[in-house]
Design a protein around this ligand. Structure first.
Ligand code: UDX
Length: 415
């Protein structure tokens, strides 16, 4: 099929190269010219396992010209949906994409399907996107189709996750729209759930919000266990054997970050409140997550006077396997250390450059140098941190690096 993808960040770029690999003709439309140049020179602006290799294998067109849509059969909307302070969605990129598509639809005769992949609150496609598309004078369900098909890609594993989905959710304005997408995804070996537009929007938000809730749950259990002298990880192991609970996402620590879980949790809270419902559990999940990273600094203060001290940070990325620092727990930790008058030395195998844009005043050193500090905080569980010599050090561990237990002072956030 002939496909256009609007937005070449995480989701857009990944589905672009994967659909190109599956034999489709793919054009990426991206307004950020730096991203366009990077992709055209076969260098991705993001770190993803297997992406550079795929980029060099497939043919994919990248530019900033919406004209590409003119001969597309499917147009994916993969633009960003950042949040306002209250968690509600900033619709600017979505509205701009819809208006640009609408301008092309006006002069386009062949049928095409617009597929919303961006994470949006339930009701956005029907209430905002379709009316903007129909400004073209064309009729949804007749002249063009509309689908909502959310992605469930994890950063760092996005290509694997695209190629091995647990499920494919396809919502359509009408059956013809759905049939086009089912054909496109045809050869994926995964259950395809066909549903309504706002149900698909809600499945995405509810899935991510559940993952966030599961993490805050195990962190709450961890905080209780720490008070009772019980090992949370043993508890989690015992829980995980229950098929209804599952063993994944039961790693207690300093909480969840990244560009999705915190944002999507906030988006659902805001959407619920807009519908006059106060989502008490979800609000507590968010509050606990904010407090969890602060807990690491509180534990540190039991062992070190922070003012004038040099504190080493191991790990800055929001999780291992990525260079992404968006909403990383390290941001809260470093902010607090600096506010308390400490000097900070930090190391991360991938994320140092990105973190330096946020905290130029931090000293970025190698991991051995980080160990030469008054105390060390472990913030991201990179595998290499299991191979350091912690003897004689003071370590407060936010991510369960067992080797660190050899330190002269060791304390875990939830253990
Ligand atoms: C998440 C969802 O997993 C994915 O399905 C969705 O499409 C996008 O958002 P991602 O943001 O890449 O993916 O990260 P994920 O692997 O889910 O981890 C999110 C955060 O939770 C990280 O900060 C991680 O450290 C933390 N986490 C994860 C825990 O603290 N404990 C756990 O047990 C698992």
């Amino acid at each position: 099929m002939i496909i256009s993808i609007i937005g070449a960040s995480y989701v857009g770029l990944i589905i672009g190269v994967c659909l190109a690999k599956a034999g489709n003709e793919v054009a990426l439309i991206e307004l950020d010219l730096q991203k366009v140049d990077a992709i055209n020179s076969k260098r991705s602006s993001i770190y993803e396992e297997g992406l550079d290799e795929l980029l060099n294998k497939v043919r994919i067109k990248v530019n900033s010209d919406y004209k590409e849509i003119e001969n597309s059969e499917v147009v994916f909307v993969c633009v960003g949906t950042p949040s306002n302070e209250d968690g509600s969605i900033v619709l600017e990129q979505i509205e701009n994409a819809a208006e640009q598509i609408s301008k092309v639809l006006e002069r386009k005769d062949e049928y095409c399907v617009v597929v919303v992949k961006s994470t949006v609150p339930p009701g956005t496609t029907e209430d905002i996107i379709i009316p903007l598309l129909q400004k073209s004078g064309k009729k949804v369900g007749e002249d063009f189709g509309v689908c909502v098909s959310p992605e469930f890609l994890r950063e760092g594993k996005a290509i694997y996750d695209f190629m091995h989905p647990d499920r494919i959710v396809i919502a359509g304005y009408d059956q013809r729209s759905i049939d086009v997408l089912v054909t496109l995804y045809g050869d994926f070996n995964a259950p395809i759930l066909q549903t309504s537009l706002k149900t698909a929007e809600m499945i995405k938000l509810a899935s991510n919000t559940f993952l966030a809730t599961k993490i805050s749950f195990i962190n709450e259990i961890g905080n209780i266990c720490k008070q009772l002298g019980i090992d949370t990880y043993e508890v989690a192991r015992g829980m995980g054997f229950d098929g209804r609970i599952g063993s994944k996402f039961l790693n207690a620590g300093i909480g969840f970050g990244g560009s999705c879980l915190p944002k999507d949790l906030g988006m659902l809270i805001a959407r619920a409140r807009k519908a006059d419902y106060e989502p008490g559990i979800l609000v507590e999940v968010s509050k606990l997550n904010e407090k969890q990273a602060l807990k690491l600094v509180e534990l540190l203060k039991k062992h070190v006077v922070l003012k004038g001290a040099t504190i080493g940070i191991l790990g800055l990325a929001f999780k291992p396997g990525t260079d992404d620092v968006r909403d990383s727990r390290a941001i809260t930790v470093v902010q607090n250390l600096l506010q308390e008058g400490a000097m900070v030395k930090a190391y991360d195998p991938l994320a140092g450059e990105n973190f330096k844009k946020l905290f130029p005043q931090v000293e970025y050193v190698n991991k051995e140098e980080v160990l030469n500090s008054d105390a060390i905080l472990i913030v991201t569980e990179w595998e290499e941190f299991n191979h350091l010599d912690y003897h004689g050090k003071k370590v407060i561990d936010g991510r369960r690096i067992l080797k660190a237990r050899e330190a002269s002072v060791y304390e875990g956030i939830c253990w």
